[in-house]
Design a protein around this ligand. Structure first.
Ligand code: ZN
Length: 79
């Protein structure tokens, strides 16, 4: 990793343009939590998930409760 980004974990998401399943990276950058993802056709997307990284874990649990099939991705936790 370079710069100020701090990888929290890797997960899966979908491209907002074509809904293809793509790799996504949850990162902490300048005190905020973002999801970075890249579609080979539609380029890079960056979503702001939280202004408060210390509250992010709760949001993360909520996320997993919505997307239960992604549960296996929890093994990518590096916190
Ligand atoms: Zn796409």
């Amino acid at each position: 990793m370079k710069g100020m980004m701090n990888l929290i974990r890797k997960t899966k998401s979908v491209c907002p343009e074509c809904f293809k399943m793509i790799d996504a990276f949850i990162v902490e950058e300048h005190g905020k939590v973002y999801m970075n993802k890249e579609c080979d056709k539609h380029g890079k997307f960056k979503l702001l998930l939280s202004f408060h990284p210390r509250y992010y874990k709760d949001l993360d649990e909520f996320y997993f409760s919505l997307f239960g099939k992604e549960e296996k991705e929890k093994k990518f936790y590096v916190l």
